[in-house]
Design a protein around this ligand. Structure first.
Ligand code: ADP
Length: 478
């Protein structure tokens, strides 16, 4: 079985700012259960909780050349939940309490990290078959592997995979700085390699030099080859399309299970689906809404940004609420403009709209369990976890057909009684409104069809099991 090293800038439970942390926190565990030797390496950030720092074992230290300076690089390890984690220590680079900083600092920090990853392999004597890199922070690993280590057979035998979790973030900086901190000669900074519109890009380096590129859903893998989604890398991604595929993320079935969830009001499952209503009534009470199972309760749990389709929601909120039988709860934080829009609607539709402007894990569970429908009209969505969570809780998603939303939500077909939710194609507020109205009609007038759809949604397999098999196939193919 394959030896894999996940190179990452975040990983649950040590440090997380987004979906990347969840993925790297879950996938290696599942791979190891299937017989792989998957390990993870990340920086030893100041932000990692002390309880984990206390458990780390010091292995050794080396020095990494950063231009004319030599930087201390401590190597620590920790075994946790069946996975071995390595941590790269340097107070100057990673001691601060925040994970990411300004780009001019992050370029040097992650250049150091990427160099350290390759250098430490000989110290711990672990030579993986595959270096699995994630997002721009680790993009230099495939480059440096070929640039600095091709003389060494142990390194030469390694393959590299670059996974794109969000193409928007690319690690772009001027060529001279990147050449200096990465110790790369000028011939690496041509348009077919690291050069990117006169600057240079970490992510582009990874995409050029990795043996294989993956992203987190098949549809997003297609979309990023277009001008619209390609973030100026679509030309390169088209050129490499023979080595590019999308594998959807899974969700943690331990954390997200209505039968055992400790955060929700009443546990339920497929056989006791009626008890989902107890969650709805309790949530309505908590939010100050009328407690009435006939009302369609729609939830959103989201970062409040343009990516998540907040403009569409703002545009047709009045039209949605023209139906007196609809209630809406939004849990999220983000851009102030959207936070204020939601507060305004809460004031205007008092008792029918609730704006929960905060990050609250417990409340998010209550919303997934208590709502009838879940709205996610994203502009783009590499994979998306929330729609899968809501389906697992029998809460039917209403989504825009993009990226992972398209791959995971099957639209309702009333004639064949198939589908697990509602979807619309264009980034258009009235298309979204129309789908919400359709959902309401089925909910109010066709209980049987609604209940069947809930069951189909809950029966879908969104665990990591299938996706881990796809990764193993890929590693074997390399
Ligand atoms: P993204 O990673 O783009 O933000 P995903 O749908 O992939 O979107 O994942 C978002 C995750 O973060 C979900 O698990 C969701 O429940 C959670 N989440 C987002 N906002 C909040 C919030 N305000 N409070 C609690 N959980 C949140």
């Amino acid at each position: 079985m394959k030896k894999i090293l996940f190179v990452t800038s975040e990983c649950v439970p040590f440090v997380k700012t987004g979906g990347l942390g969840d993925v790297v926190g879950a996938l290696p565990k599942v791979l190891n259960k299937k017989g792989c030797d998957a390990r993870v390496i990340l920086p030893k950030y100041g932000a990692i909780p002390q309880q984990y720092k206390d458990q780390m074992r010091y292995i050794d230290h080396i020095y990494i050349k950063m231009n004319w300076r030599s930087q201390y690089c401590g190597i620590f390890e920790l075994d946790h939940d069946g996975v071995k984690y390595y941590f790269i220590d340097n107070e100057f680079y990673f001691g601060s309490p925040t994970v990411y900083g300004p780009i001019h600092e992050d370029i040097e920090r992650f250049a150091f990290f990427d160099k350290a990853v390759l250098a430490m392999l000989q110290v711990v004597d672990f030579f993986p078959d595959v270096l699995h890199c994630n997002d721009w922070q680790t993009g230099m690993v495939p480059v440096l592997l070929r640039a600095h280590y091709s003389y060494d057979g142990r390194y030469n035998a390694m393959k590299s995979v670059m996974t794109i979790h969000n193409l928007k973030f690319q690690g772009i900086y001027d060529k001279k700085t990147i050449a200096d901190v990465c110790e790369l000669s000028a011939d690496y900074f041509t348009p077919d390699k690291l050069e990117f519109y006169r600057d240079a890009s970490f992510l582009k380096g990874g995409l050029v030099y990795a043996d294989y590129i993956t992203t987190v859903s098949p549809t997003y893998a297609q979309e990023i080859k277009s001008d619209y989604f390609g973030e100026r890398l679509n030309g390169l991604l088209n050129a490499r399309s023979g080595s590019l595929c999308g594998i959807v993320n899974g969700i943690s079935y331990d954390d997200w299970n209505p039968a055992t969830d400790k955060f929700i009001y009443h546990n339920y499952d497929l056989a006791r689906l009626d008890e989902k209503n107890d969650n709805k009534l309790a949530l309505q009470k908590d939010l100050g809404f009328e407690q009435n199972t006939e009302k369609l309760l729609i939830g959103m749990v989201t970062r409040l940004t343009g990516q998540k389709g907040m403009d569409l929601v703002e545009c047709v909120m009045d039209s949605i609420l023209a139906n007196p039988n609809i209630q809406i709860v939004v849990l999220g934080t983000g851009e102030q403009r959207y936070e204020n829009v939601l507060r305004f609607f809460e004031w205007k539709y008092s008792g029918r709209v609730s704006a929960q402007i905060k990050f609250d894990n417990a409340l998010s569970h209550k919303i997934y369990a208590g709502c009838d429908a879940f709205l996610m009209p994203s502009l783009f969505e590499p994979c998306g976890l929330s729609q899968m969570i809501s389906m697992r809780y029998g809460t039917l998603p209403i989504v825009r057909e993009t990226g992972g939303l398209k791959d995971t939500v099957e639209p309702y077909n009333q004639y064949e009684n198939t589908g697990t939710g509602y979807s619309f194609a264009n980034y258009n507020a009235h298309e979204m409104l129309n789908r919400i109205e359709n959902a309401y009609l089925t909910f109010a007038l066709n209980h049987g069809a609604w209940r069947d759809m809930q069951k189909r949604a809950m029966e879908k397999d969104f665990s990591w099991n299938a996706s881990a098999d796809r990764y193993i196939e890929l590693y074997n193919r390399l």
